[in-house]
Design a protein around this ligand. Structure first.
Ligand code: SF4
Length: 155
């Protein structure tokens, strides 16, 4: 599964900049995969919510015309309840040693340690906020990722 996104997304480097433009241009058209935990959380805001199932049985978030069903006037209407992949976007942490199985990492790659593990971050270069604003707090992003019990890995 990680191979799928690693083949599509580049790897974040040290001191990389990012600032969300609140444009909804890319993140809100991604049809992210959902975990059971994500579905439960969304239902706290939208009790009647049901995920869409792919032919392979994966749960995804998708609305009309491929856009997120919770997009209102260009903004997320379930901000405090949004799925993990939306919270991490445009980044996605991957354990470094997993990625090293099939990729050679660049010298300036950002690496965050957590206990005995090391993580690097894939990112979506289509997001217009990449390269703008302030250095990304990758440690904080990793904390968001690690509190999830069963993170999905497809966007
Ligand atoms: S800048 Fe990126 S993360 Fe922010 S709303 Fe636009 S596409 Fe989404």
């Amino acid at each position: 599964m990680v191979e799928n996104i690693a083949s599509r997304l580049p790897i974040a480097w040290r001191n990389m900049l990012f600032r969300c433009r609140l444009c909804g241009e890319k993140c809100c058209g991604l049809t992210p995969e959902l975990s059971e935990e994500d579905v439960k959380k969304i239902r706290r805001a939208k009790p009647s919510f049901n995920p869409h199932y792919t032919p392979e049985g994966r749960m995804i978030l998708v609305g009309e015309k491929g856009l997120c069903p919770f997009l209102r006037d260009g903004l997320c209407s379930i901000h405090d309840y949004k799925p993990l992949l939306c919270r991490l976007y445009p980044f996605y942490p991957v354990e470094k040693k997993v990625l090293e199985h099939f990729l050679s990492l660049p010298e300036d790659v950002e690496v965050v340690k957590h206990g005995s593990k090391e993580y690097v971050f894939l990112f979506d270069e289509q997001c217009p906020g990449v390269g703008e604003g302030d250095p990304v707090d990758f440690r904080k992003l990793l904390e968001v990722f690690l509190v999830s019990e069963s993170p999905p890995c497809s966007f």
